[in-house]
Ligand binder design. Sequence first.
Ligand SMILES: [Zn+2]
Length: 134
Amino acid sequence: MSDVATNDVLAEFSGFFENAERGCLAFPCCRSCGKFHWYPMPRCPHCRSKDVAWRAVSGRGTLFSFTRVMHAFDKSRAGALPYVVALVEFADAPGVRLVTNIVDSQQEGLRIGQPVEPVFRLADGRPIVEFRTV
Ligand SMILES: [Zn+2]
C-alpha cells in the first residue's frame, strides 16, 4: 500500500480516532436520513447524501459474534495469545458492527448478546478502542 492510499484510509477514519482520543466512541451518521453506517464513507450508503457527520454514542454495546484466536497470525500478537476478536453492535447506533478485541474478560464465559463497554488506551501514541464485558 502506498503512502497516499494509507493517508486516504486514515483520513476516512480520522473522526473515529479523534473521538477515541477523548474517550468517546463515535460513528458516521447521515444528517439527511438519520442513519448510522460503518465503515466511514463520504456518502451515506442509505440515501447517498454527502451530509454525513460523526455522532457520539454511549459506547455500550453487545457481542454480535466473537472468536478466540489461538494462533499468532501477526507475530506482534504472539505474546497476547489467546485473545478475543469480536463483532460488537450498538443499540444507539443501529446498523453499526465494529470489529474489535474483548479484553479484561473471562474468555471462556463469553456469550452472544453479552453487554460490553469500551476501553480506551494509547499504543505508540495512537488511540485504541477495545471492549470489556460488563
Ligand atoms: Zn442518509
